[in-house]
Design a protein around this ligand. Sequence first.
Ligand SMILES: Nc1ncnc2c1ncn2[C@@H]1O[C@H](COP(=O)(O)OP(=O)(O)OP(=O)(O)O)[C@@H](O)[C@H]1O
Length: 263
Amino acid sequence: MTATTTTPSSATAAVALDGVTKVYGRGAHAVPALDGLSLQVRPGEFVCLVGASGCGKSTLLNLVAGLDAPTAGRIRVTGEERPRTSPGLMFQEPALFPWLTVEANVDLPLKLRGLPRAERRDRVAELLRTVHLGGFARHRPHELSGGMRQRVALARTLALDTPVLLMDEPFGALDAMTRDLLHDELERIWSERRLTVLFVTHNVREAARLADRIVLLSSRPGRIIHIADVDVPRPRRIDSREVAAVAADVTDRLRTEVGRHGR
Ligand SMILES: Nc1ncnc2c1ncn2[C@@H]1O[C@H](COP(=O)(O)OP(=O)(O)OP(=O)(O)O)[C@@H](O)[C@H]1O
């Protein structure tokens, strides 16, 4: 069900990493987080990153988002080192402004982009419909469930109109049923909008449910030790035999890696 994969050239890649290394601090206090990562993510591809705790997954997303710079190597997003539209970034915490309504939270990036009010109103309504929250525009975040708050965060990220979405354990705090529903939603939105997604997760089943490719990182400093093509037709179910088989293969490799390093 999984296979070693071929990669596109960095010129056509949506995200291209070329020998990316990250070391935090200096001298005796230096913490090497990533070591010479090279990876090309195709436009419209869904790639999941898995690896032991502390292997540098969040570091990698932060570098691709442009929040931090690599110590060595090159990162290009849609062919540019400084993309005009930064990738959208989503975390486990939805990070909504609690005093703003749902619609005002989603409107924020549009306002910052200087879009006229009438256009913004239409865009916000369309984005809320996309995440199935059309009836909740005037609610405040505390009136929503965890899953609904993550939908708002997703709508706000989509408002950036970026082709690249970076997601750092976005569903990690949700119960299994809510997560299941959000997998379906995210897959639909990803395919309708032809997004490129880089998705970090500890949950190997989730990776097998969502990914075109699963990239397995070594223990710190993170290096790519395996890339698995997930050759399971969509739509997928997280509890299907095919998804379970992919997850079992990746888990075995992860277990071997963690066993080798004791972390
Ligand atoms: N700003 C920083 N300064 C120093 N060390 C850091 C910094 N940020 C991260 N690290 C270290 O770099 C390593 C990689 O961290 P990172 O958060 O990227 O890993 P991760 O794979 O996302 O971890 P987890 O799976 O636990 O979320 C860790 O050892 C972490 O302690």
